[in-house]
Design a binder for this molecule. Structure first.
Ligand SMILES: NC(=O)c1ccc[n+]([C@@H]2O[C@H](COP(=O)([O-])OP(=O)(O)OC[C@H]3O[C@@H](n4cnc5c(N)ncnc54)[C@H](O)[C@@H]3O)[C@@H](O)[C@H]2O)c1
Length: 312
């Protein structure tokens, strides 16, 4: 039994509602704070729709009714009793700093504060904070209730035991925490993803294949294996002598581009932002398809099927 029973999730958007749902499904008392009543109502709707189908973690608690979650636009109400706080507010430093400043006057002396930031270093977030020695990064992946990985980042000022406690809670909820020993931009997983996207964009720009074929080369090949074995195990399976030669000959030929890929910059300047705007690298036909909610739902269902297959 760990000490984190009351959890506050701050921000009820894409990440916040997923984190809250995961924790509630595993029997924890969860409060969600968001200043926007529309955002809270949307989170309530999404959670009510998804919670019943959510597989729970190792503690065997069946998904609880979505009604066990407290939704509030009052920060004090959510945070005052919390043992652990997950911050998932917009990725703007002034918003996060203002929120942390308000929290300082209301949280328990023992509460742990975990930010879900994608890009700020822990160093930046803890600057000037009274609870700097109880603050970590807990970086979930979207959809947070389904993707197992949570990267945990600790600062030297934070006792290792705190990160271990959060990791234990996440494991109980069926998550796979990975603890970083250094506070590095992009953590681990986003750096790996960005390296792949840089090379994919380079291959596209060189005319090696179209975007569909490049995606297919990933999903039908390395992507399938990567769900089972990471890059180092893959190297061991292939033989390190083989990979030594591959790396030596290929590394000098790989993209070393240090700005965002031209294909992505062009699409963004045209307002083509991906599924949320109906078109990105690929078109998403809203007339024929089920629109953005349908695409998200279909992907979440496919992820759930893959997770089940991996567990069996
Ligand atoms: N979306 C992703 O794929 C993803 C993945 C990993 C991490 N993150 C990180 O998670 C955090 C949240 O991202 P998101 O995609 O859920 O954003 P989002 O825009 O979907 O949700 C943010 C929510 O915060 C609310 N909000 C605004 N100001 C607030 C305040 N002062 N206090 C509390 N809530 C406030 C908004 O009303 C909104 O509901 C960001 O730091 C982001 O970088 C996002």
């Amino acid at each position: 039994m760990h000490r984190f029973q009351n959890i506050a999730v701050l921000g009820s958007g894409t990440m916040g509602h997923g984190i809250a749902m995961l924790l509630a499904a595993n029997g924890l008392q969860v409060s969600i704070y968001d200043p926007s009543s529309e955002a809270l109502a949307a989170a309530r709707r999404h959670i009510a729709a998804k919670l019943p189908s959510l597989e729970t973690g190792h503690n065997g608690v069946q998904p609880q009714l979505a009604d066990t979650i407290r939704y509030t636009a009052n920060l004090q109400e959510a945070a005052a009793d919390a043992d652990l706080i997950f911050e998932a507010v917009p990725e703007r430093i002034e918003i996060k700093r203002e929120l942390f400043g308000r929290l300082e006057t209301m949280v328990k002396q023992t509460a742990v504060i975990a930010s879900n930031t994608s890009s700020y270093s822990l160093e930046t977030l803890i600057e000037g904070r009274k609870f700097a020695d109880r603050m970590i990064i807990a970086h979930f992946f979207n959809p947070a209730h389904l993707v197992p990985l949570v990267e945990l980042v600790r600062h030297a000022a934070v006792p290792a035991a705190i990160v271990e406690e959060v990791a234990a809670l996440l494991r109980d909820c069926g998550k796979t925490p990975v603890i970083l020993q250094k506070d590095i931009p992009g953590f681990i997983a986003n750096r790996l993803q960005a390296a792949v996207l840089r090379e994919a964009s380079y291959l596209l720009a060189c005319g090696v294949a179209d975007a569909k074929q490049i995606d297919l080369a990933m999903t039908a090949g390395p992507g399938l294996r990567w769900a089972l074995n990471g890059p180092f195990e893959i190297a061991d399976f292939g033989g390190l002598d083989v990979w030594e030669k591959v790396c030596a000959s290929l590394f000098p030929k790989l993209s070393g581009e240090d700005s965002a890929p031209a294909v992505i910059r062009e699409k963004v300047s045209e307002g083509k932002l991906g599924i949320k705007s109906g078109e990105g690298i690929f078109p998403y036909d809203r007339e024929e398809g089920a629109g953005l909610p349908g695409l998200v739902e279909a992907r979440e269902q496919a992820l759930q099927r893959m997770l089940r297959a991996k567990q069996n």
